[in-house]
Design a protein around this ligand. Structure first.
Ligand code: FE2
Length: 212
């Protein structure tokens, strides 16, 4: 990931705001990217602006290492560094809708573990529907297997030793303008814009990492 150390900047969205229409609307994308993600970036930069030693750390190191810091720093770093990491994974994990069938090693692993892609999506949606309040649903690599997991707010699964493959933001700000309070229809629509090539790329990186 580029721009992985202080000062953090909001990299250009890799597609147009309206690229995910009709599944995710342009207005939601613009507000989500330019206001919410920018907000996390500004707050993290501000939080570590007076701590040169923290400015040397990568986003991942800030997230994992923040547990060793005093609460006054730990909480804003976890919220805002997590907010950046999680949103980047969510936005980079989508693309304009396509009829192309997902391909690659990740899909083979999904089929091996879940039987077929539909079974996997059913299980993923069930987890996403079960999140109380705000959070994310993740596909992660854990101990040589795929795992669907969830995190509250801006918590991140790398703190649990998992390697993230894809992320679904289920905060209401991700869907309220178009889907109102219907998380279920938002999830169905998000399934139409998953960037499976990007997820496969992340999976290939994850399987190279040593098991801890
Ligand atoms: Fe979000």
């Amino acid at each position: 990931m580029e721009n992985n150390t202080y000062p953090f900047v909001n990299l250009p969205l890799p597609y147009d705001y309206n690229a995910l229409e009709p599944y995710i609307d342009a207005k939601t994308m613009a507000i989500h990217y330019d206001v919410y993600l920018q907000g996390y970036i500004d707050k993290l930069n501000q939080t570590i602006s007076e701590f040169p030693e923290l400015q040397l750390l990568t986003l991942e190191e800030l997230i994992v290492g923040s547990v060793y810091l005093l609460e006054a720093l730990q909480v804003p770093i976890q919220n805002n560094a997590g907010g950046i990491y999680n949103h980047r994974m969510y936005f980079n994990g989508m693309q304009e809708p396509s009829d192309r069938q997902p391909q690659g090693q990740l899909i083979k692993m999904i089929e091996a573990q879940y039987g077929n892609l539909d079974n996997f999506l059913y299980a993923f949606k069930k987890e996403a529907m079960g999140i109380f309040g705000s959070g994310y649903t993740w596909l992660v690599f854990d101990n040589a297997r795929l795992r669907i997991t969830t995190t509250a707010n801006q918590k991140n699964p790398i703190t649990l030793g998992f390697c993230p493959i894809m992320a679904l933001d289920v905060w209401e700000h991700a869907y309220f303008l178009k889907h109102y309070n219907e998380r279920s229809s938002y999830i169905d629509d998000w399934f139409q814009v998953i960037n499976w090539d990007k997820a496969n790329e992340n999976y290939m990186e994850c399987i190279k990492k040593p098991i801890i």
